[in-house]
Design a protein around this ligand. Structure first.
Ligand SMILES: [Cu+2]
Length: 459
């Protein structure tokens, strides 16, 4: 909560920062609260300014502001942080105000916003306000619209949040390094009229990816595509909190993609509509039902649905390797190979060896010894056993009888009697034969149609 806020470095740092601020109308820099806890913080009800319905940042928080003569003033501090990726693993990252991603910024359409950005990184940075329609010189592109913010300096951005919508912020300076290190944050501009696009629960998070070698703590910043940790707000399952909603609630989930590949986000048990992009709200006549929506690189989507189906529903990226944590790829496929006996022989030479694929066992149930500061590939214990998931996976917990502002994890869903898939213990029915004549086969023999002739020209 914001009660955990601390003053960064105290008044001394504020004075040094203020000296570097040239055009500030303020006598001093606004407070720069920091957040150390990776827990999902309760929505921040606006203490002043125009009213709005606040969002919930998954495993994150919203940045408080100072109102100064009608201008909302925020203070972001770009700095090295330690982020818990999930219990059992921490990473040395770069972020804002104590965390990666940085805090969510929430403002209202028409608000004049002033953002102070202090750089405590070892290299220059800048912030681009992705999706905002603003004066060119406030766009945050180092070299193009401003000089970089050197280490120890504070810059001031000021603009009017002209359009309601879902946005994000990230550096436009040494981008590959700074984004690989976790520098990004969410931005929501609420509509002037709180009744417009109103929902009961509004969740936000960013999609990001890291390459952290098992046993190490710092992301590899030269990785271009082959990342090994696929995260929601720099967290992996089971470190991602469930999205808890009340039965019958209208729910909005907003996500932005600052990783280097696309992510098809899939919801179980519900149909949704994409109601917004980083370009704004989509008119109702242009929406269509979906259960999966693909988020391209640099895109944002807002989806909405009524949570009318109680249960614990999976919510995840549909790329199966994105619901896994760091893994080795140089393993041959052993599906169909009977490995019984092999493990014992290898175990006499390599004590920790285990087989996968056939007669080996699923990865979720494996208890492999891991290097320090590394998560299992897939984990998470459910009410029926291992969930076999990691990475971009969490649950949507739909429950009757929750209080309006209650986001507490209600535990596992209690299924009505007779509504859970069970093992069949009766007689097996006779298999129905397909119409037509089956080809004659000899047991154990495989029929192959081989196309003869012609050279192989490669791929
Ligand atoms: Cu994905």
């Amino acid at each position: 909560m914001t009660s955990r806020r601390t003053f960064l470095g105290g008044a001394g740092v504020a004075l040094v920062g203020a000296a570097a601020v040239k055009r500030s109308a303020a006598a001093s820099l606004p407070e720069a609260p920091t957040q150390g806890s990776p827990n999902t913080m309760a929505p921040l009800a606006p203490p002043n300014g125009r009213p709005y319905n606040p969002v919930v940042t998954l495993n994150g928080w919203t940045l408080p502001w100072r109102m100064n003569n009608g201008v909302k003033e925020f203070h972001l501090v770009a700095e090295p942080v330690v982020r818990e990726i999930a219990p059992g693993m921490k990473a040395n990252m770069w972020g804002y105000n104590g965390q990666s991603p940085g805090p969510t910024i929430e403002v209202v359409e028409g608000d004049r916003v002033r953002i102070f950005v202090t750089n405590k990184l070892p290299e220059h940075t800048s912030i681009h306000w992705h999706g905002q329609i603003l004066p060119c010189g406030m766009d945050g592109v180092t070299g193009l619209t401003q000089p970089g913010i050197d280490p120890g300096k504070t810059f001031m951005y000021e603009f009017v949040a002209r359009h309601a919508g879902t946005f994000m912020y990230h550096p436009h300076a040494d981008e590959m390094v700074q984004m690989a290190m976790g520098m990004m944050g969410f931005w929501v501009t609420h509509p002037k009229n709180p009744a417009q696009h109103a929902v009961d629960r509004d969740f936000v998070f960013l999609l990001n990816a890291y390459d952290i070698e098992p046993g190490s703590y710092t992301p590899k910043v030269n990785t271009m595509l082959d990342f090994n940790l696929w995260t929601f707000n720099s967290r992996v399952f089971p470190g991602i909190d469930p999205m808890v909603v009340r039965l019958g609630d209208r729910v909005r989930i907003r996500a932005g993609n600052l990783s280097m590949t696309n992510h098809p986000l899939h919801v179980h048990g519900h149909r949704f509509e994409v109601t917004g992009t980083d370009g704004g709200s989509i008119p109702p006549s242009a929406r269509w039902p979906e259960v999966t929506t693909d988020l391209g690189v640099g895109q944002m989507r807002a989806i909405e649905f009524v949570a009318d189906n109680p249960g614990d529903w999976a919510f995840h990226c549909h790329k199966s390797h994105h619901t896994m944590n760091a893994m080795g790829h140089s393993v041959p496929t052993m599906i169909g190979v009977d490995q019984r006996g092999v493990a014992q022989k290898i175990n006499s030479l390599v004590p920790d060896y285990m087989v996968m694929g056939d007669k080996g066992g699923s990865m979720g149930g494996m208890q492999m010894p891991l290097p320090e500061n590394t998560l299992p590939m897939m984990s998470g214990e459910g009410p029926f056993g291992p969930i076999d998931m990691g990475g971009m996976f969490t649950t949507l917990k739909v429950r009757a009888g929750l209080a309006r502002n209650d986001y507490t994890d209600p535990g596992w869903y209690k299924h009505p009697k007779g509504s859970v898939a069970v093992e069949w213990s009766g007689d097996m029915p006779a298999a129905a034969a397909a119409p037509g004549k089956a080809p004659a086969t000899v047991p154990g023999e495989t029929i192959m149609n081989v196309k003869k002739g012609g050279a192989h020209h490669g791929h």
